[in-house]
Ligand binder design. Sequence first.
Ligand code: MG
Length: 303
Amino acid sequence: MASSKIEICEVGPRDGLQNEKRIWSVDERVELIDRLSATGVPRIEAVSFVNPKRVPQMADAEQVMAKITRPAGVSFAGLALNAKGAERAIEAGVDEVRYVVVASETFNQRNQGASIDETLAGFSDIADKVSNAGLKLSATVAAAFGCPFEGNVEAAQVARIAKQLADGGCVEIGVADTIGSGVPTQVSEIYGLVRGAVGPDIGLGFHLHNTRNTGFANAAQAVGEGVLFLDSSVGGLGGCPFAPAATGNIATEDLCFMLRNMGYETGIDIDAYVEVSKWAEGFFDSPLPGQIMKAGLFPESAA
Ligand code: MG
């Protein structure tokens, strides 16, 4: 039976801001993270230790980590794509290091500048460092539901990559619908094959985007499969409203509303989350995609 608890990993400060045109200052990013960590969310992907020339939105991760408050019970993750990034993450004091492998060869080449096999080999370079530092080691299998260059991605390929990550010491794996093309039947197919490949002890989750409005259907399917965690972003941050194919993550507070009314626990104060979304929205010229911040909770909002 599926657990009644779902762990939300807030990725707005990383995946969200990374995909917004406006570059947030260190102090703004710190305030966003501090506001989020006060809502009861247990896990925040706060920073990325990638080359700031490639991703200027994520520069100065060390400063962000040094300035945020660290409430008890909240885990802070940093993304690292290579050994140098992992060393920076450990030095900066993250609780979790997240690695990324893209499930399609073309996209992985473009994103990581290496083949999938080379990227998997690179994981072993960082695994020992992270484990020896006593930190959680996790990974995301990106573009697992579809690739913008190659089209369909085989679920068996996602499972093959997941198994290699698990064999390499990864304790949690997130399967990402990076371009928001997935549908619920894919969630079940991928979950089944990945679970079969990695065994019962690896924590599995999904990282969902709402590009084609299937993100929440996919999330509902995922909790039915018994996932440990879901990634989402405050207000649905991350989809540039001026881009033709906006690719925001599913909005955390909308996800929490759905899960709460389905009978699942997240531990998150949804009203407090909506306040953070409204605050964050003030930095943009257009409304954020989140719907609960507009419609209100139900039944609370009923007359
Ligand atoms: Mg993403």
